[in-house]
Ligand binder design. Structure first.
Ligand SMILES: Nc1ncnc2c1ncn2[C@@H]1O[C@H](COP(=O)(O)OP(=O)(O)OP(=O)(O)O)[C@@H](O)[C@H]1O
Ligand SMILES: [Mg+2]
Length: 252
């Protein structure tokens, strides 16, 4: 099967710190891939490089047949590669619905040529609101669409971030700690949603997650980073049995 995402010797330094060191990996369509490693091992930086938030120092990235190595974050997003951020990135004073509508592609009302012509974009806006409403319903947020994002529980905020990513019509979602700060039971629910979305929409995921006991129940493949390098990759069972990984995580 052709890779959806391929990294070939991708590197990034911050002054003298080699944060990502010649990382090569590939992700197949429909996979849920885990990206794990200790704090500071380069996981978020790697997602920043893939999504075009940061420029690479070296290497090459291909997504869905496009060479995206030197593409802008906006172009990469338009091609269907959407990421979420480790820190909460909601607009807390806006409603749940408005947060969900933020990333929508090519909103006609935003184009200076169309903005004065309300009649041209109002139908698009209402159909987008309907699509956002459906997405929010699916994530059990349908009853909360009018409330401010600040009034949601921690778990609901994480679900809203996931819903907002979906509104970008992704093929590949890069999720940076989608369950951070959420109680274990709800974290499990979020992963069940991710699994459901993979099945119903055929989406592909790369997920950074520190709670391996939850992650390993859902992923097909795991990439382990350590000090900027890719230390290991394999199935959850292979990674659990890997001596180097056990040494890093559990001091075995
Ligand atoms: N913009 C930046 N400028 C300078 N150094 C940075 C920058 N971003 C990250 N770093 C450094 O690069 C290294 C990798 O950071 P990164 O955030 O990618 O780690 P991580 O694996 O996501 O860690 P965590 O699990 O704590 O989120 C760290 O030493 C970090 O301090
Ligand atoms: Mg991080």
């Amino acid at each position: 099967m052709t890779d959806l995402l391929t990294l070939d010797k991708v590197s990034k330094s911050f002054e003298s710190l080699l944060a990502v060191n010649e990382v090569s990996l590939s992700v197949q369509p429909g996979q849920i891939a885990g990206l794990i490693g200790p704090n500071g091992s380069g996981k978020s930086t790697l997602l920043n490089l893939i999504s075009g938030v940061l420029p690479l120092d070296g290497g090459r990235i291909t997504f869905d047949g496009h060479d995206i190595t030197r593409r802008s974050a906006d172009e990469i997003f338009q091609w269907g590669l959407v990421r979420s951020f480790q820190d909460p990135s909601l607009f807390f004073r806006m409603t749940v619905l408005d947060n969900a509508l933020l990333p929508v592609k090519r909103q006609a009302g935003e184009s200076p040529a169309h903005a004065p012509l309300h009649r041209r974009w109002t139908p698009q806006e209402s159909s987008l609101a309907a699509a956002a409403g459906k997405t929010l319903d699916e994530l059990q947020l349908g009853q909360h669409y009018k409330v401010r994002a600040s009034d949601l529980s921690g778990g609901q905020m994480k679900l809203l971030e996931l819903g907002r990513s979906l509104m970008g019509e992704p093929k590949l979602l890069l999720l940076d700690e989608p369950t951070a700060g959420v109680a274990p039971k709800l974290a499990y629910t979020i992963f069940e949603e991710i699994e459901r979305l993979r099945q119903s929409l055929g989406l592909t995921f790369v997920i950074i997650e520190h709670r391996l006991e939850i992650l390993f129940d859902f992923v097909d493949t795991v990439f382990v980073m350590h000090a900027g390098s890719l230390l290991a990759h394999g199935t959850p069972a292979e990674i659990s049995a890997n001596a180097r990984v056990r040494e890093i995580y559990f001091g075995d």
